[in-house]
Write a protein that binds this ligand. Structure first.
Ligand SMILES: [Zn+2]
Ligand SMILES: [Zn+2]
Length: 176
């Protein structure tokens, strides 16, 4: 989604649009974040306005994400709901000198006549994603020996760690 810088006014305007799955997934792959994908477009609602050369965007992103569990490798679905507040200032050599007191503000730069919201929105989405995708905290993962999904199946491989309850079971089995 691109906005013409000259059409951003001091009076806030509201914008609601959908960020397409192609755009989202393309940017994710580009950003090397392959643990997640978007099955449906993400909805973006925002207000935008300017104060002088500074452009302000605040709003909310919601959408559905498929994560690929780092332990069992199964896909699982979860929702993203993220508020954001981004300020864009013109790109210029002195831009590093810009200081903002509010730590909650995300400061970025714009260059030329158009602002592309998609990378900004994607950055916010990435901030909202877990660092490690897990289908659930208690996910048992895959058996390191035979590879079955231990959430849904049992196998007869020896447990790698010394859980005493499992040790009892193992001894019973050997006894048979
Ligand atoms: Zn899992
Ligand atoms: Zn096994």
């Amino acid at each position: 989604m691109k906005l013409n810088v000259h059409e951003i006014e001091e009076i806030a305007k509201e914008l609601v649009y959908e960020e397409s799955t192609g755009s989202l997934n393309g940017l994710l792959v580009h950003g090397q974040v392959c643990d997640f994908e978007f099955p449906t477009p993400a909805e973006v609602r925002l207000d935008y306005y300017r104060a002088g050369q500074e452009l302000f965007f605040q709003g909310h992103i919601s959408g559905e994400v498929i994560g690929h569990c780092a332990r069992c490798l199964e896909g699982y679905t979860f929702d993203i709901d993220k508020d954001f507040h981004v300020v864009l200032v013109p790109k210029q050599p002195l831009a590093e000198a810009v200081e903002l007191d509010d730590d909650d503000l995300d400061l970025s730069f714009y260059d030329g006549d158009a602002v592309d919201l998609s990378p900004l929105v994607l950055e916010q989405i990435i901030l909202a994603l877990p660092t490690r995708p897990l289908c659930r905290d208690s996910c048992q993962g895959l058996c390191p020996t035979c590879g079955v999904n231990l959430n849904t199946e049992h196998c007869s491989c020896a447990a790698p760690s010394g859980d005493p309850r499992l040790a009892v079971l193992r001894n019973l089995k050997v006894g048979h």
